[in-house]
Write a protein that binds this ligand. Structure first.
Ligand code: C2E
Ligand code: CA
Ligand code: CA
Length: 612
């Protein structure tokens, strides 16, 4: 059987145009149906399907499918639930781009495609993201022949998938809303998560007047195998059985509430007098073993285990949501550590939460005392090894001199919006620094600053930037902003307003972390981005593999075609530098040329570079 050729660059671009035109001119459903047929035809594969997230975090439901063989039955509405470990593996694979499988290679067979009649010969699976939320996958599968995927094809598919996702997201969201209005879980008849949380919130106060309240959060380990081995109907029956068993055993206690939160996750609440708490822990353990035995009797080939976390609430200041989150945290820890008994939410777990609180509480003081330090990491022009500019990266220096790195605090501050204080502080320091160099008659260079997606939930960022330009009178060509693609998804208008402002004022904008999982070219091609910043994930190997090289080369080629410059970050070796220069990358940033350094060291670095 002849192997089908890869699509040319023009064919890839035509496909993107087709997808975009379908979605903008037709209703979502008919557009996406036509698109899956078109993709199957264009890539010459046996099957193209789309699966959307059904219940968070671990179920996917087939919503669109195109098959080459009309006698085969489409899997529309079939739902596949994944074991959390496998789900995590999938997410890790996706954080590097997409998943590619080819039979006969040294890879294991794909574990996360759900039931298929026969193992595929080859497949590519493209994740769909809406903002930073994983939303689903587009699968292209061939059961009969092998095929390779070129860099252009992968980029085009990523663009198409993200485009489709933006449209599907809206319809799926309204589905979720309708779904949530109902208080009961259709499978078990018990409360669903929303109803449970609301009711617990209402009852918690009165329950606590008698005794502590235990929140028990459990999931069934390897439930996926039951679904896959015995079918989904059997799986549903078992979920019902588990819910009933939990509820009847728990009826020894008072004030009990039971819910199926999602998939195979159950939460119960009960009043447990202080003096029998140790007994209760043991009771839950035995109860779990009973439930496992019950399931094993029904499915003799499967060994079943439960992961359970318990949180005891003793005071009125705890909300239902916090208590559930604590129990869930304990469950996840139990699961991670492979414990075969329930784990009670503990001080260590609390430590992590306290660490976050510490960071949040200390932040205002750190800003006042200038404990936040701006470091500068040089960017080098590939053409002549001259200095192009730098990226501003924040560090937190504690009074004892030790450093906290941004990976430890930025995610904490992104959760509660404090990131705005950090970034505005950094921006101000950068403007002050550039102004200082200009006033001293020293050469100045473009400095880029990171913009968090959280900024666009509010309106402040643009006016703050404008005020800095007014205050420091810094020429706009010394300022750049690095954005990640996820900022556009949920806050398109505000993100667009910032980009338009930059465009009108000659401020460069770059797309950070390109290829790290959330990015796609579709947004970039519709927005005016000057520079594409290839994520350091592509340079994880000191010696780049042929695959890495192909992907990097085609990203550079595509970006150039769209009129953008390209910078690669995380460059650590000479071999990587040589390759990137040959691939016509414009700039390089990484330890090979220089680590992030404080202002004084960076000034020395600049002097060395400019007097060479
Ligand atoms: P990023 O924007 O992708 O920044 C690049 C990160 O890669 C920096 O880590 C830098 O130190 C590191 N890096 C640079 N060259 C190399 C290399 O050759 N090899 C390796 N392995 N790493 C390299 P850093 O400074 O720890 O920052 C981590 C992340 O924190 C940044 O990733 C950025 O997303 C965020 N961040 C840093 N400063 C700020 C800030 O002021 N505001 C916001 N919103 N985010 C910031
Ligand atoms: Ca950056
Ligand atoms: Ca980056």
């Amino acid at each position: 059987m002849p192997v089908r050729d890869n699509l040319t660059m023009s064919e890839c671009l035509a496909l993107i145009e087709y997808v975009s035109a379908e979605l903008t001119t037709k209703g979502v459903e008919s557009a996406v149906s036509a698109i899956v047929d078109k993709l199957r035809d264009a890539f010459g594969v046996s099957c193209v399907s789309i699966r959307e997230i059904f219940s968070r975090p671990c179920s996917l439901r087939y919503t669109y499918e195109s098959l080459d063989d009309p006698t085969k039955v489409k899997r529309i509405n079939e739902t596949v639930t994944f074991e959390e470990d496998i789900w995590k593996n999938v997410m890790e694979t996706f954080s590097q781009g997409c998943y590619i499988y080819k039979a006969g290679g040294d890879q294991q067979e794909p574990q996360f495609i759900g039931p298929v009649p026969n193992p595929p010969m080859c497949m590519i699976q493209i994740p769909m993201y809406s903002g930073s939320d994983f939303f689903g996958v587009v699968d292209l599968v061939d059961f009969e022949k092998l095929r390779d995927w070129s860099g252009e094809e992968i980029s085009a598919l990523t663009i198409c998938a993200n485009f489709i996702c933006q449209y599907l997201y809206k319809t799926n969201q309204s589905f979720m809303e309708i779904h949530n209005r109902n208080d009961t879980d259709p499978i078990t008849g018990f409360m669903n998560f929303t109803a449970f949380t609301e009711q617990l919130d209402e009852n918690l106060h009165s329950m606590l007047s008698n005794s502590p309240v235990a929140i028990v959060y459990s999931d069934i380990h390897h439930f996926k195998y039951i679904n896959e081995t015995y079918g989904y109907r059997k799986g549903d029956e078992l979920l019902k059985l588990v819910a009933q068993s939990i509820s009847s055993e728990m009826s020894k206690y008072v004030d009990i509430m039971v819910c199926r939160a999602h998939a195979d996750n159950f939460i119960t609440a009960a009043s447990v007098p202080e003096e029998i708490i140790a007994v209760f822990d043991n009771f839950i353990h035995e109860e779990n073993q009973r439930v496992c035995k019950l399931m094993e009797d029904n499915c003799p080939d499967v060994q079943i285990r439960m992961n359970t976390g318990i949180c005891y609430v003793r005071d009125n200041s705890t909300t239902a949501a916090t208590a559930i989150a604590h129990a869930n945290l304990a469950r996840k820890t139990a699961k991670r550590e492979g414990m075969n008994k329930p784990l009670v939410f503990s001080d260590e777990m609390m430590e992590d939460i306290k660490r976050q609180e510490y960071l949040n509480n200390e932040l205002p003081k750190a800003i006042r005392n200038h404990d936040l330090k701006v470091y500068y990491q040089p960017k080098i022009n590939c053409l002549d090894d001259s200095l192009y500019g730098a990226e501003a990266l924040v560090r937190w220096q504690k009074p004892d001199g030790s450093f906290i790195y941004p990976d430890q605090f930025i995610p904490v501050f992104e959760k509660n919006g404090n990131i705005e204080d950090v970034d505005f502080y950094v921006y101000r320091q950068v403007f002050r620094y550039i102004r200082g160099r200009l006033d001293a008659g020293l050469p100045a260079f473009p400095i880029s600053m990171n913009v968090s997606r959280v900024h666009f939930q509010r309106d402040n960022i643009l006016s703050y930037i404008k005020s800095l330009f007014e205050e420091f009178r810094v020429p706009t060509d010394f300022v750049e902003f690095e954005l990640t693609e996820n900022i556009y998804m949920n806050n398109f208008d505000r993100a667009d307003a910032l980009i338009q402002y930059c465009r009108e004022h000659g401020i460069q904008v770059s797309m950070d972390d390109f290829g790290s999982g959330y990015s796609s070219l579709n947004v970039i091609s519709t927005l005016s981005i000057d520079t594409l910043k290839i994520d350091k994930i592509f340079l994880k190997n000191a010696e780049l593999s042929d695959n890495d090289k192909t992907v990097i080369e085609s990203i550079i080629a595509m970006a150039k075609r769209l009129g953008m410059k390209v910078i690669c970050e995380g460059v650590e070796t000479e071999a990587q530098t040589v390759f990137l220069k040959k691939a016509k990358c414009d700039q390089i940033q990484g330890y090979y040329y220089g680590r992030p350094m404080d202002e004084e060291s960076f000034n020395k670095f600049v002097e060395k570079m400019t007097t060479k």
